[in-house]
Design a protein around this ligand. Structure first.
Ligand code: ATP
Length: 347
């Protein structure tokens, strides 16, 4: 098992940069998500890791080996990285076990060893009983599990996933997330997982690289990204909450509820302003509290376990809060704010 390093990786297509100076160090056995909106360069990064694309600058290092640089390009088949795509990419005329065993056949692994590894891989994804079926006789989730089994028969150090759940319905996605978690635990392989779905990334990954327009915005654990997003763009992208304009305050710090209330009250459009992130669970409805803020209810939406309440502050800004009970539109309430996180402005 070896560390995977992206060192100043660049990629341009026809002179247009799509990945800019990317630095990431992925520890052996880590589950890493590359998260970002459509077109931010996630798949291109994965394709460079896989060796389908060369790099325009920088280098990719695995352990002691340089896999890609401006002077070197180790071909895909020599990287021994497993890959799982959105489209499954199964051979329709081959049975499940033939599909799973295909990479071993290419490697000319002896038949007895091949059969053992196929059996082990199918056991991990719980498809032993389906070994002789054709892909057309399987459900979407089962096909994705075949692709997963195929990605691990060669016992790769690194497995690359390109939006593997994008074609599955919500219920199946949750089940497959469980399969991925178990798969990671069982194999201990390093995993790099591309997705534009933040809840998927948060629930699966040890660390997340959030990308926007080909650049790394932040690299951290899901908890760090949620609690301390770097800038306003990331605060709007990760989790639920409200980005408020307040009187000037230094970025990257927690602001206490009392200070926050003051910063909101002192804010005026003609003065320098900062942005803070307020999470809905930090907004508390109170009664008869002199230091509380007066808000009115703009909307109230039932979400099953609770209501989403959109509030309007005195200056017209909106604030998302949660409530166990429904609230009447336009009604006035008092809220006490817990804490907020101050943000850098988007560069
Ligand atoms: N072979 C190519 N030739 C030219 N431009 C390309 C090529 N591949 C990707 N691009 C461009 O690079 C940018 C990043 O594409 P990429 O597929 O990496 O984004 P992504 O984040 O994976 O998006 P999505 O979530 O929509 O798949 C896009 O603007 C895309 O049009």
């Amino acid at each position: 098992m070896a560390r995977l390093i992206l060192d100043g990786v660049e990629k341009s297509f026809h002179g247009a940069p799509v990945v800019k100076g990317l630095n990431l160090t992925i520890e052996p056995g880590e589950f890493v998500a590359l998260l970002g909106p459509s077109g931010c360069g996630k798949s291109t990064i994965l394709r460079m890791l896989a060796g389908f694309e060369n790099v325009s600058g920088g280098q990719i290092i695995h352990g002691d080996d340089c896999l890609s640089s401006s002077t070197r390009h180790v071909p895909t088949e020599e990287r021994n990285f497993g890959m799982v795509f959105q489209s499954y990419a199964l051979w329709p005329h081959m049975t499940v076990k033939e599909n799973v065993g295909y990479p071993l056949k290419v490697q000319k692994t002896p038949v007895a060893e091949r059969n053992k590894r196929i059996k082990d891989a199918l056991e991990i994804v719980q498809l032993e009983e389906y070994a002789d079926r054709l892909p057309a006789q399987l459900s979407g989730g089962q096909r994705q599990r075949v692709a997963l089994a195929r990605s691990l028969v060669t016992e790769p150090d690194v497995v690359l996933f390109d939006e593997p759940l994008a074609n599955l319905d919500r219920h199946l996605r949750a089940t497959m997330e469980e399969t991925f978690r178990a798969f990671h635990k069982r194999t201990g392989a390093t995993m790099v997982y591309v997705t534009h779905d933040q809840s998927e990334a948060m629930s699966l990954a040890d660390k997340i690289a959030v990308l926007n327009k080909g650049q790394l915005v932040q690299w951290g654990t899901p908890q760090e990204l949620y609690a301390r997003p770097r800038n306003t763009w990331l605060a709007n992208f990760i989790g639920r909450g409200s980005v408020l304009s307040v009187a000037a305050v230094a970025p990257s710090q927690y602001v206490s509820g009392t200070n926050l209330t003051e910063l909101i009250c002192q804010h005026s459009p003609d003065k320098a302003a900062s942005s803070v992130l307020v999470r809905p669970q930090d907004i508390h409805f109170v009664s008869a509290d002199d230091s509380a803020l007066i808000v009115s209810v703009h909307s109230c939406i039932f979400r099953g376990e609770r209501y989403d309440i959109e509030l309007t502050l005195k200056d017209g800004q909106r604030l998302l809060a949660y409530s166990d009970v429904p609230m009447t539109l336009e009604s006035l309430h008092q809220v006490r704010l817990g804490q907020a996180w101050s943000l850098e402005s988007e560069s």
